[in-house]
Write a protein that binds this ligand. Structure first.
Ligand code: SF4
Ligand code: SF4
Length: 116
């Protein structure tokens, strides 16, 4: 079990599941991620969930949100494995991303490991 308890440990744990949990707790995207996050163009998406399965577990940035599939920009490193798998090429760079709503964060919080 990881024992890293320092407050400034995001850089150290970035790219790990514990790093994801920290992002969720702080609701802040890592400044060390140089690539912008991605976004799914709703009008083009066929909601096949392929991208959801392609996103690495250390990021796990893609969620079903009602009838839509969405990327949470704060969790998305821009890696971009989902882009390579999307059958309709509807995942785009999102330079001007907007912060995720509190309602969505509350839903996401349930997916953080070790959080009950
Ligand atoms: S770019 Fe990478 S981290 Fe972002 S949603 Fe796609 S697979 Fe996940
Ligand atoms: S892989 Fe593409 S089409 Fe399928 S849910 Fe993801 S964004 Fe939508």
């Amino acid at each position: 079990m990881p024992t890293n308890t320092s407050d400034d440990s995001l850089d150290e744990v970035e790219g790990s599941v514990s790093g994801r949990n920290k992002v969720i707790a702080e609701r802040t995207r890592s400044e060390t991620w140089k690539k912008p996050p991605r976004r799914i163009e709703r009008a083009e998406c066929i909601t096949c969930d392929t991208c959801l399965r392609a996103c690495p577990p250390e990021f796990n940035a893609i969620f079903d949100n009602g009838l839509d599939v969405v990327i949470i920009p704060e969790l998305c490193s821009g890696c971009p494995k989902c882009v390579l798998e999307c059958p309709v090429d509807c995942i785009y760079v999102d330079e001007d991303w907007t912060p995720t709503t509190d309602e969505m964060w509350n839903h996401i919080g349930l997916t953080a490991e070790g959080v009950s």
